[in-house]
Design a binder for this molecule. Structure first.
Ligand code: TXA
Ligand code: MG
Length: 500
């Protein structure tokens, strides 16, 4: 028998091309900028297949002929770029039709495996809908989730522990570096855990941003974090644990409201500041008698802590004051080889840092707004105060410094959506929702229809992209001050160095 081939199955709308809904005319095909280069790299090692759900056919909104015409036209566009798709599969059914081809049913994948002699155990599926990843799961194919198309909107439906990427380019790069992903990641975690025990630093993904970790009980290892990041020694670190019971290693006294929050939101983007135990090194807490603790919601982070056998102290894995990393590449661009092993778990699905809340004072107080909203906190413990900036004195959180999370390009926050006449071609525009105007310069939209969770996932990546274009200025506007909007406004304000 001849050797079986590995394959990559690709969703079409939202993964390869913009999802315009019921695409019926070839002239409306819009390839993503990284689609061609991604497919070109992938096809050197993988047979490529497209599987597309066109449920608009069942609803009578487009015809099968129209869907096939679009596919033929896309095939021709790709073929001119030297890219060959082996087969195009179209499911014309609706969600309730109970057909065999509709994702997450495996019909088309099994057919392709049969027709082309595929090795599904070495194959991948990329899509912007949780069904794409679930189909893959059922078949032992590795599923990658992209945030393009409807990806950010459907993210809440994606089961935990799945690999998320900002787009097809990132996903393709990851596949090529992780040809047998489960083994590759396991061995990276094994190595990372050994290095943590040996007193080295390891960069790893969490659901919020990438962290630069070291053994929380090894002062010399913790000291490395400060020097690699060039971080002021008076900024304490968050200690990451893999089981709520590990809090006992760090704090002897956990107030009831803190317990309630931990129960409700761990693992998750919640950091609680508690009275520390004597055993916690002063290097971790910057001399303070409190310690910040968090249980991250990411399978790689949790497994790394478990295998290291010790809580891991970790700030965000960026140079001090700069934009936080939400991919492994961002970490590498900022810290390079200095940070040691970088475990690449794709993009972070929350995108802004955790909410830091202290229980050291008489009432619970949010020191840094973040991935868990004040509303969500109030739901569980009733009232909470939100710390404003202190006009003077020692800041209690680097998140409270006036300048932080900053790009190199000056960033300005307006109290209204920028008007076209306020913007020149050398100015980047960062918006929450799809623009109402035509701007002369580059534009980044964070939330499509204004969803603040979507906006948070895209925030740092978008700032990075605009920052990489050599612009004179980036302008943005104040976001609604609710949900994750509070954390986003906080980061935008700090990225602007306080200029509003
Ligand atoms: O989402 C996150 O929190 C990420 C990931 C890696 O977990 N980590 C992170 O760490 O953002 P870092 O170092 O960039 O921010 C830590 C924040 C700072 O605002 C710091 O002042 C605060 O937590 N913090 C840490 N220990 C504290 C303490 N004992 N008292 C008050 N604030 C503390
Ligand atoms: Mg799609």
């Amino acid at each position: 028998m001849s050797e079986r081939h590995p394959a990559v199955f690709l969703d079409r709308d939202g993964t390869l091309i913009s999802d315009v809904g019921n695409l019926s005319r070839p002239e409306n095909i819009r390839l993503f900028p990284d689609t061609v280069s991604a497919l070109d790299k992938l096809q050197k090692k993988y047979l490529l297949f497209v599987i597309t759900n066109q449920s608009g056919i069942a609803r009578g909104e487009i015809t099968l002929d129209q869907a096939n015409t679009v596919n033929a036209s896309l095939a021709e566009i790709l073929s001119k770029e030297g890219i060959k798709i082996q087969e195009w599969y179209v499911c014309p059914h609706g969600r309730t039709d109970n057909c065999e081809c509709m994702k997450p049913r495996p019909g088309f994948v099994l057919q392709a495996a049969e027709d082309f002699g595929l090795d599904l155990s070495r194959s991948f599926m990329i899509g912007d809908h949780p069904h794409d990843v679930m189909t893959a799961n059922d078949l032992g194919v590795f599923g990658l989730y992209v945030l393009t198309g409807h990806g950010t909107r459907h993210l809440p439906e994606l089961p935990g522990g799945k690999y998320v990427f900002h787009g097809i380019g990132e996903a393709a790069g990851w596949i090529l570096h992780h040809p047998s992903p489960l083994n590759d990641i396991q061995s990276q975690i094994l190595r990372g855990a050994r290095e943590i025990r040996e007193g080295k630093t390891v960069a790893f993904p969490t659901e919020t941003v990438y962290g630069l970790g070291a053994d929380a009980f090894n002062p010399r290892a913790v000291e490395l974090i400060y020097s690699i990041k060039n971080r002021p020694r008076n900024n304490p670190l968050i200690v990451h644990i893999c089981d709520p019971a590990q809090v006992e290693l760090l704090s002897g006294r956990v107030p009831l409201p803190a317990k309630k929050l931990m129960k409700a939101y761990w693992p998750g983007p919640l950091t609680v500041v508690l009275p520390k135990k004597r055993e916690v090194p002063a290097e971790v807490t910057a001399g303070s008698d409190t310690v910040a603790v968090r249980m991250p919601d990411h399978p790689i982070a949790l497994e790394l802590i478990r295998q290291a056998g010790t809580p891991i102290a970790a700030p965000s894995a960026n140079a001090f004051g700069c934009t936080s990393p939400t991919t492994a590449l961002h970490v590498f661009e900022q810290l390079g080889a200095r940070c040691g092993t970088i475990i690449d778990g794709g993009a972070c699905r929350v995108g802004v840092e955790s909410t830091v809340i202290t229980f050291a004072g008489p009432v619970p107080e949010i020191l840094r707004p973040g991935g868990l909203s004040a509303e969500e906190i109030r739901d569980v413990i009733g009232s909470v105060i939100i710390r404003g900036e202190k006009p003077s004195g020692i800041p209690q959180s680097p998140g409270l410094l006036p300048s932080h999370y900053a790009p190199e390009t000056p960033l300005r926050v307006l109290d209204h959506i920028p008007l076209p006449e306020e913007v020149s071609a050398d100015t980047g525009v960062l918006l929450l929702s799809d623009p109402e105007f035509f701007y002369p310069g580059p534009v980044e939209v964070l939330g499509g229809e204004g969803d603040l969770k979507e906006a948070a996932v895209n925030l740092y990546r978008a700032i990075r992209r605009l920052d990489s274009l050599g612009l004179r200025l980036i302008v943005t506007h104040k976001f609604p001050d609710r949900g994750l909007g509070t954390a986003i406004n906080d980061r935008l304000k700090k990225a602007s160095g306080g200029r509003v």
